[in-house]
Design a binder for this molecule. Structure first.
Ligand SMILES: Nc1ncnc2c1ncn2[C@@H]1O[C@H](COP(=O)(O)OP(=O)(O)O)[C@@H](O)[C@H]1O
Ligand SMILES: [Mg+2]
Length: 297
C-alpha cells in the first residue's frame, strides 16, 4: 500500500462514506472493505447501503442478499438496498409521521405516477433516508456503495438542484440539510475508485473535478484498485538484450506508467492516494482490501 499523498482524516472520523467510480472498477469491493474496517473498531454499528435496487455487496460480504428492509447482514454491519420508491415512502413516513397519510398519498396511483416523473426525486429520497440515519445517530458510520460516475453526480447533487424549487416546509428544510451534508468535510468523504488504465484515470479525473471543483463536494480518498506491485528501483534497471529481457523491460515500463498515472491523478485531484494490489484469489479480494486499509483506521 502507498502512503497517502495528501493528508486526510482517519476513516473513522467521517460518518458518511460514499464510494463511486466507473462500473466494474471495484466500488462494491471497496465499500464492503470500508464497512468491515469501520465495524471492526470496537462495537461500531455500520450501515452499508446501495441505491437503485442494486446489491453488489452481499456476495463480497458473504451474506444473504440485501433487501428493501434494513437488517443486520453480519455482526456490526447493517444493510439495505434502496430504491427511489422505497426510500420515498419511508422518508415520507418519517416526515409526515402517519402511516395513514402515507397510504393515502402514495397508495394513490395517480400521485405515484406523477412522482415517478419528478426529476431527481428518487435520488433525493434515497439521500434523505441516509441523511435521516446520519442525524438520528442510529449508526456510527454509513457507507454508500454508490452508483457509477454519471448517476453518482445525479444522486449527490439531487438536493442542491431541487432546493430552490421546493416550497418552504419540512421538505425544503431537509433538502437544504442534505445538500449541506454532502459538502461538509466534517461528516462526508466521497471516495473515488479507479483502475490504473489510462482510460479509467482519464474518466475518473472528469468525475473528480466535477464533484470537487464544480459541486464543492466533500472528497475522501482516491483508491487505485488492481494495481501492479510497486517498483522498488527509481531508475530503469539494465535488461538483457534477449526475448526474456525485452519482456521484463515491457512489464517494468507498464508498471511504472501505471504508478505514474495514478500518482498524477491523485495530485491533480488533490486527493490522498491509496493503492490496492491486484488479488489473485477472487475469494480473498475483500480480506486483502481490509488489510490494506488498516493504516487508515
Ligand atoms: N483488487 C482486486 N483484485 C482482483 N479482483 C478484484 C479486485 N477488486 C475487485 N475485484 C473483482 O472485480 C469485480 C468487480 O468488482 P466490484 O467491486 O463488483 O466492482 P463495481 O462495484 O465497481 O462494479 C469483482 O468480481 C471483484 O471481485
Ligand atoms: Mg458494484
Amino acid at each position: 500500500m502507498t502512503r497517502p499523498i495528501a493528508t486526510s482524516p482517519p476513516l473513522s472520523q467521517t460518518v458518511f462514506h460514499v464510494v463511486t467510480g466507473k462500473g466494474g472498477v471495484g466500488k462494491s469491493a471497496v465499500a464492503v472493505a470500508l464497512a468491515r474496517t469501520l465495524a471492526s473498531q470496537g462495537h461500531k454499528k455500520v450501515l452499508l447501503a446501495t441505491t437503485g435496487g442494486d446489491d453488489g455487496v452481499s456476495s463480497l460480504l458473504k451474506c444473504q442478499p440485501l433487501g428493501r428492509e434494513l437488517r443486520e447482514l453480519v455482526p456490526g454491519i447493517w444493510g439495505v438496498s434502496m430504491t427511489g420508491e422505497s426510500a420515498r415512502e419511508e422518508y415520507a413516513r418519517i416526515v409526515l409521521k402517519y402511516d395513514t397519510v402515507v397510504r393515502l398519498v402514495f397508495g394513490n396511483p395517480l400521485v405515484r405516477h406523477f412522482l415517478d416523473f419528478v426529476p431527481g426525486l428518487g435520488e433525493l429520497n434515497q439521500m434523505g433516508k441516509l441523511y435521516y440515519h446520519q442525524v438520528s445517530g442510529d449508526f456510527d458510520h454509513i457507507v454508500l456503495d454508490g452508483p457509477a460516475s454519471g448517476h453518482a453526480v445525479t444522486l449527490l447533487t439531487a438536493a442542491s438542484k431541487v432546493v430552490s424549487t421546493v416550497p418552504p416546509g419540512p421538505l425544503s428544510r431537509d433538502t437544504r440539510y442534505i445538500a449541506e451534508l454532502v459538502t461538509d468535510p466534517g461528516r462526508t468523504a466521497i471516495h473515488l475508485v479507479t483502475l490504473p488504465s489510462s482510460m479509467s484515470c482519464r474518466e475518473l479525473f472528469e468525475l473528480g473535478e466535477r464533484l470537487a471543483q464544480k459541486e464543492g463536494m466533500a472528497m475522501g480518498y482516491l483508491f487505485a484498485n488492481r494495481m501492479p506491485a510497486a517498483q522498488e528501483a527509481e531508475v530503469e534497471p539494465q535488461f538483457a538484450d534477449d526475448d526474456a529481457g525485452r519482456f521484463l523491460q515491457a512489464a517494468w515500463q507498464q508498471q511504472t506508467q501505471a504508478w505514474d498515472r495514478v500518482r498524477g491523478l491523485a495530485k491533480r485531484l488533490g486527493l490522498p492516494l491509496v493503492a490496492f494490489d491486484e488479488v489473485s484469489q477472487p475469494r480473498n479480494v475483500v480480506d486483502q482490501l481490509v488489510s490494506n486499509l488498516e493504516g487508515l483506521r
